[in-house]
Design a binder for this molecule. Structure first.
Ligand code: FMN
Length: 181
């Protein structure tokens, strides 16, 4: 799969079925994140790959309503960072930007491996930090939920989420967010 196809294929699907999460898969995802660019090569990102069923179960109570579908994920990647791990310039802190780029690389590689990798903001970071022993000073910016796309395992989805499975949510027209001069 080339990069264009990975970008076109990636979707934030919510209907997931379980998939074995091998060490090789984790290494591939981590390697893709590792090669992402960052300001002064600071590499501010941190990831915890949660695949043990016991630990996954401990994270589930941190999910916001509407994210029950995450309970079918085979892997939850907890992404965290903090401001002083990256460049800090007047009015421009780069830690979330660089961590986001690295996460995007990881998501695209997961797509290429035939997996769904769906980032969410709908969770309680305090609860996640407590379960995983992540220090208070860190920002847990997203959980990336990984599984295999299913067309049948839909019990955890609400009606609206079911509809979205069928068709990618609409994007703004390109003219709205670019200027060519
Ligand atoms: C930072 C971020 C937070 C998100 N939070 C949630 C969430 O809490 N629950 C959810 O179901 N989807 C969440 N999404 C997925 C988006 O809703 C989805 O990417 C968007 O609707 C576009 O759909 P597509 O990714 O399938 O193209 C999130 C995505 C991002 C990047």
């Amino acid at each position: 799969m080339d990069v264009k196809s990975a970008i076109e294929t990636r979707r934030a699907y919510r209907a997931l079925e379980s998939v074995p999460i091998t060490d090789e898969i984790i290494e591939e995802l981590a390697r893709s994140a590792q090669l992402s660019p960052s300001c002064f090569n600071k590499q501010p990102w941190n990831f915890i790959f949660v695949r043990s069923p016991e630990m996954l179960e401990q994270i589930h109570p941190a999910l916001r309503r509407g994210n029950k579908w995450v309970e079918a994920a085979s892997l939850i990647i907890v992404v965290y960072t903090k401001k002083d791990l990256d460049c800090m310039m007047p009015g421009r802190d780069y830690y979330l930007f660089d961590t986001g780029m690295s996460t995007a690389f990881l998501i695209l590689r997961a797509t290429e491996l035939g997996l769904v990798a769906h980032p969410i903001a709908g969770f309680d970071p305090k609860k996640v930090k407590k379960v995983l022993g992540i220090s208070d000073e860190m920002t847990v910016i997203t959980l990336v939920n990984v599984g295999k796309h299913s067309t049948t395992n839909i019990e955890l989805l609400n009606e609206q989420q079911l509809k979205i499975e069928e068709q990618r949510p609409q994007r703004k027209p390109i003219e709205e967010f670019i200027r060519i001069i």
